[in-house]
Design a protein around this ligand. Structure first.
Ligand SMILES: NC(=O)c1ccc[n+]([C@@H]2O[C@H](COP(=O)([O-])OP(=O)(O)OC[C@H]3O[C@@H](n4cnc5c(N)ncnc54)[C@H](O)[C@@H]3O)[C@@H](O)[C@H]2O)c1
Length: 335
């Protein structure tokens, strides 16, 4: 089952209104913990026209949001006119999406889901993953772009790659990411800098380059990948958590300006424990704890992150901007 509570943003001028609206957050998070076991509870704050919340309500009321619970999502006023898709089963028809780190794991699932929803895809991964990337591209009818996202000119090379035949991107999914865990006292400089470079600096560089080149069309969506580790912190992951918290900072700061200047939304998914090769490398005891310590009592799947990404990526979600949505089954880690 699904519980969706509708509210309004807490007011800066009316503390009685703010108390009531913030109260809803405590209510929703507690009810999620009480009813759990496959049932999700989320709060939608309507800050703009009610009709602009349609794509969000469709997502939250569907099986696609199965691993999203205890979240507070604000839906605002879109920059331009919101045109609902001709067919809600193909909300991404006519859109072209770039997905980084698409050779496996969550990135591969995002690509599959965006194609199911009607998008054309450009799939990027490191040159050493080229054969896996080519297989995914062939299966999905997409184009492969073997490229290390940390290259200084990665943004320009992507812009050039997508400039023909019909030009440009509507969706950019920054999914590529790495972990190099070590407690800070034993952290070699290379482990720190490689994680910050792949997970954060390259996202900043390519986003700036793509926006500057005008490679993301008006009405477009940028979706970055944070992590609950970046929200709650995690022993052994100062580098990773710093990089993922940086993504949250990027999203919140850039979102209003990207909307005003480029007509583009900027949001983030913050996955919890998702079953991939990344988490298969986690020691067994911690892995089992990661799976169980949430309101739904199980790990998430790459498709759960992909469905949330697809909701952000739709032109019908133009009223959703600057949001960080956890896909974590309401993990006990963090707020
Ligand atoms: N799996 C989880 O539980 C989890 C939780 C929170 C956040 N995340 C985030 O989700 C994203 C995907 O994670 P995943 O579990 O699918 O990981 P994964 O290791 O299975 O896949 C990551 C992909 O990114 C690619 N990549 C790495 N460095 C790159 C670079 N420099 N240039 C281009 N591509 C590069 C890899 O080759 C790989 O194909 C990452 O950003 C990760 O931090 C994952």
């Amino acid at each position: 089952g699904r519980v969706v509570v509708l509210g309004a943003p807490p007011s800066a001028d009316d503390h009685h209104q703010a108390a009531a609206q913030q109260g809803l957050e405590g209510f929703v998070r507690s009810l999620g913990k009480e009813i759990g076991r496959g049932r999700t509870v989320n709060l939608v704050r309507i800050a703009g026209p009610v009709g602009a919340a349609e794509s969000t309500l469709r997502f939250l009321l569907s099986p696609r949001s199965a691993y999203v619970s205890g979240q507070v999502i604000e839906v605002g006023t879109p920059e331009g006119e919101l045109t609902p898709p001709a067919d809600w089963a193909q909300p991404l028809a006519g859109r072209t999406a770039l997905i980084t780190g698409a050779a496996r794991g969550i990135g591969e699932a995002v690509a599959e889901t965006l194609v199911r929803d009607g998008a054309q895809v450009v799939l990027l991964d490191v040159p050493s993953a080229e054969s896996d990337l080519a297989k995914v591209a062939q299966r999905l009818g997409g184009r492969a772009l073997p490229l290390d996202i940390t290259a200084d000119d990665a943004g320009e090379r992507i812009a050039e790659f997508v400039s023909a035949p019909d030009g440009g991107l509507d969706v950019v999914v920054h999914n590529a990411g790495i972990t190099r865990d070590r407690r800070l006292a034993n952290m070699p400089a290379e482990r720190w800098s490689s994680v910050l470079d792949v997970n954060l600096a390259s996202v900043l560089r390519t986003t700036d380059a793509l926006l500057k080149a005008g490679a993301v069309r008006r009405g477009g969506s940028i979706v970055a990948t944070a992590s609950i580790a970046g929200i709650a912190g995690n022993a052994g992951q100062t580098n990773y958590a710093a990089s993922k918290a940086g993504i949250v900072g990027l999203v919140r700061s850039l979102a209003p300006r990207a909307a005003a200047e480029h007509g583009v939304t900027v949001n983030a998914v913050a996955p919890g424990f998702i079953e991939t090769k990344m988490t298969a490398a986690v020691p067994l005891f911690i892995r089992e704890a990661g799976r169980r310590m949430n309101s739904l009592g199980q790990g998430g799947l790459p498709v759960d992150v992909a469905e949330t990404t697809a909701w952000f990526a739709s032109a019908a979600s133009g009223s959703v901007n600057g949001q960080v949505v956890r896909v974590c089954g309401q993990s006990l880690l963090g707020a």
